[in-house]
Design a protein around this ligand. Structure first.
Ligand code: ADP
Length: 151
């Protein structure tokens, strides 16, 4: 018997959970995609954040729901505006990798007041998007912990 309290055991469990254990599939669009098409993709794929990639499939930007709403307030033709003029762009994108601790990613979501992070891995000169962590993934961890389903 280790003499550890319940909460110490819980803390230990939480600190073992990695991004790879809970990540979702990312939804990406090309940087020359129109704002109109990005809005359609967001609805069809049922996600709140889109990641933007260039021709080399390297991460160049992020599009949130509000980024697209803001762009829709103007009088411009949304089919004519490419997403790369309204997205949040590199190097200002907060990212994570497969072996990061999920609790650290949760902390980044709170600190930066954002809903999602791309999971990336280095690929040549850039970053390849291999997953997505959102507040929903973090909520799933909480539910699994309560059900005692985390090993
Ligand atoms: P919303 O804007 O719909 O509330 P967010 O809170 O996720 O959604 O996004 C707030 C702002 O932060 C947006 O302008 C968005 O482009 C940007 N953003 C979202 N995710 C990231 C990220 N991982 N790194 C940097 N900026 C981000």
């Amino acid at each position: 018997y280790t003499g550890k309290t319940g909460s110490q055991l819980l803390t230990e469990k939480i600190k073992k959970i990695q991004v790879d254990d809970y990540k979702s599939i990312p939804v990406v669009v090309q940087e020359n995609t129109s704002v109109y098409d990005a809005i359609c993709t967001m609805f069809l794929e049922d996600v709140g954040t889109l990641f933007v990639v260039n021709k080399n499939t390297h991460l160049v930007g992020v599009l949130s729901r509000k980024d697209l709403l803001r762009a829709s307030l103007g009088r411009q033709d949304l089919a004519e505006i490419p997403v790369n003029i309204i997205m949040t762009r590199m190097p200002n994108i907060t990212v994570c990798s497969n072996d990061d601790l999920l609790i650290e990613v949760a902390n980044k979501l709170i600190e930066k007041q954002i809903d999602a992070l791309p999971v990336v891995k280095e690929e040549g000169e850039g970053l390849e998007v291999i997953g997505r962590i959102t507040k929903t993934n973090i909520t799933k961890v909480l539910v699994d912990l309560a059900k005692n389903e985390v090993i």
